[in-house]
Design a protein around this ligand. Sequence first.
Ligand code: PLP
Length: 501
Amino acid sequence: MATETFTGHRGLDMDEPLIFEQGAAGMSGVDLPGAGEFEDRLGDAGRESETGLPGLSEPQVVRHYLRLSRNNYAIDAGMYPLGSCTMKHNPRLNEKLARLAGLADLHPLQPLSTVQGALALIDQCADWLKTLTGMDAIAMSPAAGAHGELCGLMTIRAALEAGGDGRAIVLVPESAHGTNPASAHMCGYKVETIPTNGRGRVDFGAFNERLGPDVAAIMITNPNTCGLFEDEIIEIADAAHAAGAYVYCDGANFNAIVGRVRPGDLGIDAMHLNLHKTFSAPHGGGGPGSGPVVLSGALAPFAPVPYVVSADDGYALVESAEASDASPYGRMKGFHGQFGVFVRTLSYMMSMGADGLAQAASDAVLSANYILAGLSDDLTLSYEGPCMHEVLFDDRFLAETEVTTLDFAKAMIDEGVHPMTMYFPLVVHGALLMEPTETESLASLDQYIGMVKSLARRAKQGEVAAFKEAPRLAPRRRLDETTAARNPVLRWLPGDKAAAE
Ligand SMILES: *Cc1c(COP(=O)(O)O)cnc(C)c1O
């Protein structure tokens, strides 16, 4: 961004060029002896031109990545109220355990006799996830929530097809996360939408009317993406079962009810758990996600391989579909899933205890309701509370202004807070979905509420320009998201630089 400094930096806020722009031919971070005489065995397959990789010294590389890391916003840096995504604090204890050499340096092809401890860890983690959800079986391997949805639906399809039943429809509520219809579609189902009622929940009447012999499953999110508990879940599950359909639950919001409600008691047949949401493992760049799927007794025989079984002489693995005599579709993924995330999850469960997990759920709900109470005079609440772990506002409070939800979110960046989730769920106009991490202190919630209130008042007082220009204080100003999506420049090689100039 334009500044009046010679360097382009603004104090400690460094303007960092791309690594390809910094690279210079002949620079190197290592001292390698010259190649000497050698015989080129690649022949015509050998490279004839430069690789295009940037040449940089070691200090340049260190500074580049350190500076970039300082531009990164993370839950470790400040409040991250991203609704639906549940940005949980990642306890350092988990990280310490996941880095133990005996766990971190395992290879999935090691002989079973050398990984008995790891299998015990997977088994114990699986067992507690089943206990917390009140379900009979679990598939540990799915790599994330969306992958878990696909796994759950493939399991449902396998169970139906085993009975010669070719049902083709999956019902998905209007407020569902986009991955739900996408997973159903990938699994070969036709998706039909069920409307949301005036209370922000699945319209039971419309659902009941649509049920029939062609419906394979309903996918329901509970608590749902409006931050509300689906209080007719038992009626919905009963009606689905009576019609021969299965109930898939999107368990992304399990953090609101863990230790308090067991989905198995509500009639759920399959549900994924986002270990990176409920069980404090990092999202994205901090480590891969993980989406184990718990299954009811009816679906258990159709679970994918592999799974751990305990035998007389230790733990063993069921690895092939033939060996399990069901598992009709085999594996979801190579090996066992995200083992490092299982370590973090078990560490979190063991350090929290059953009471601690239930307390975390209660604190999440309390914090969200505190924000609901603090902001409902200045913003417009979409559905009457109380809410669960996240609170949904819409943009009616901005109606008389020219400020949009997007402008409002950008202004939050100038305040040093990551914006809430915006424009999701789609059932309300200009959604602002706020989910405070349950580890935020009262002081930090108060500061957040004060900040949002002050922005709302400034918007209503007509300070449009400040919102349209936001963020003004971030390393980058507002990006042209349309061009970025339509015409992405995903790599930058020396030739591109010349072409761009
Ligand atoms: C996060 C989320 C998903 C998808 O989970 P991933 O782990 O990101 O694949 C699905 N549904 C809801 C409601 C979510 O919040």
